[in-house]
Design a protein around this ligand. Structure first.
Ligand code: LLP
Length: 441
């Protein structure tokens, strides 16, 4: 986070809280999230899209994509900053509702929502359900009718623009599970318009995640506006939701466009295409997750072992093992994601040495940071900070190898407080019905 700074002794402070104190009170591994930074990203992102929309005479709503990092406290922060909430399962919906989020400002995604999930969403008054299949359209209409609700929906379409990490490539036939093909969308829209229990708001499209430039979004938006313009000939279509996917810097090699530039690039593209077709610009919506929380999070680990591994006659690699790994951050194993690390607990001015930071799991792919220069005197007991772990780490965590999931601590103005308690071995044992309970012979 921007608030991370070293004090005179070289110890890192995050949100004004020293990492030694965090370790002493909460242990490691530990997810640390800077509340002010989450709020600042939420405000900045909302301002960027609002300004871009206003410059073309329309409005923008920003949904926080909860999948990036969801707990009630984070929902409270982002909703207090004016964001709506995007959820993609019944569980995420319950967390958002438990946080007190306004149901009317919740969007509900998913390619296989159960009847029970749809029932809960409809009866809770969820503002938008994004439909993803014809079976779901019928299922949702039946649920809504049963509860005497007219449910607003968006139709998720697949623009055929498939975003790669740093680039995008257009594919005519998208072979993936989400949304309707552009060609299939008109029939779906017509069906929804026939169903009195559903109210069609418009189209939705999400092209991918960790995207650095506006070009892919703009291309996708242009295709969406084309479809939107055709569909609006047969009825109202007040909204266009262009999803999330705005990238962040994990390492110095990453150079995403600033959110203001992305927002302007995307909204300008929408406005241009609308002008070409002579239609008004619809209300817009966006769903950033990573861009809100990614850089606000840091994971603290304690170094346990340092071991040189001889690669050949003249090359060694130093393996630095920490007390977590792929259970608290599976992204390197899943996506080859790159992170950085630094010694957080003390002055770190020794000659740098190339190391690989690894976890304590029983897999060689259990890498935390593939290559990093750490001070050559890195030693057991040092605290390592791995920045930019706010998105898709806590939410993707597991208790693989029965490592309990770490706690989440929020820091702000020199204060730290637990916002999600850490899992314990007792939690893990408590679900195992074969564990002999006390007093059982
Ligand atoms: N909207 C929809 C419909 C989505 O599917 C997603 C992400 C988002 C919004 C938010 O995307 P964001 O702004 O956070 O990029 N586990 C992967 C990322 C998966 C993203 C899935 N959908 C990772 O760790 O990189």
């Amino acid at each position: 986070p921007a608030s991370a700074a070293r004090d005179a002794d070289g110890e890192l402070r995050i949100g004004g809280v020293g990492v030694q104190a965090l370790r002493a009170v909460h242990g490691t591994p530990l997810y640390v999230v800077d509340e002010d930074e989450v709020r600042a990203h939420a405000r900045r992102t909302l301002a960027a899209f609002t300004a871009a929309a206003a410059s073309h005479g329309t409005r923008a709503r920003v949904y926080y994509a909860g999948k990036a990092f969801l707990c009630t406290e984070v929902v409270r922060w982002v909703t207090a900053e004016g964001l709506a909430v995007d959820v993609c399962s019944g569980g995420e919906l319950e967390v958002a509702l438990a946080a007190g989020a306004d149901p009317a400002r919740i969007g509900f995604h998913g390619n296989n929502k159960s009847v029970a999930e749809l029932e809960r969403a409809v009866t809770a008054g969820v503002g938008t359900i994004i439909v993803d299949s014809l079976i779901e359209v019928e299922r949702l209409a039946a649920v809504a009718a049963r509860h005497d609700v007219v449910q607003p929906v968006l139709v998720r379409v697949n623009s055929g623009v498939h975003a790669e990490t740093h680039d995008f490539l257009a594919t005519a036939h998208e072979d993936q599970k989400f949304g309707f093909a552009m060609d299939d969308a008109p029939a779906v829209v017509a069906r929804i318009r026939d169903l009195s229990a559903l109210h069609l708001l418009g189209l939705h499209c999400h092209i991918g995640s960790q995207i650095f430039g506006a070009a892919g979004f703009a291309e996708s938006a242009a295709r969406l506006v084309d479809l939107h313009a055709r569909l609006r000939e047969d009825g109202e279509l007040p909204l266009l939701n262009l999803g999330g996917g705005f990238g962040i810097a994990y390492t110095a090699a990453d150079t995403p466009e600033p959110i203001e530039q992305l927002a302007a690039g995307i909204v300008d593209a929408v406005a241009r295409e609308c002008a070409v077709r002579g239609i008004p610009i619809p209300d817009l919506a966006f769903e950033p997750g990573r861009a809100i929380v990614g850089q606000a999070g840091v994971t603290l680990y304690e170094v346990g072992t340092v071991k040189p591994v001889h690669l050949d006659a003249d090359r060694t690699r130093t393996y630095v093992s920490v007390d977590g790994g792929m259970s608290d951050n599976p992204r390197p194993a899943l996506y080859g994601a790159q992170y950085s690390a630094r010694i957080a607990s003390r002055m770190a001015d020794a000659e740098p040495a190339l190391v690989r930071v690894v976890g304590k799991h029983c897999e060689s792919g259990d890498i935390v940071v593939d290559h990093e220069y750490l001070p050559g005197d890195v030693t057991p007991g040092d605290l390592l900070a791995v920045p930019a772990t706010g998105a898709y780490c806590f939410s993707l965590a597991s208790s693989y190898n029965d490592l309990p999931r770490p706690a989440v601590v929020a820091v702000r103005a020199g204060q730290a407080r637990v916002i999600v308690r850490g899992e314990t071995i007792a939690d893990i044992l408590s679900r195992d019905v074969g564990v002999a309970s006390e007093g059982t012979a």
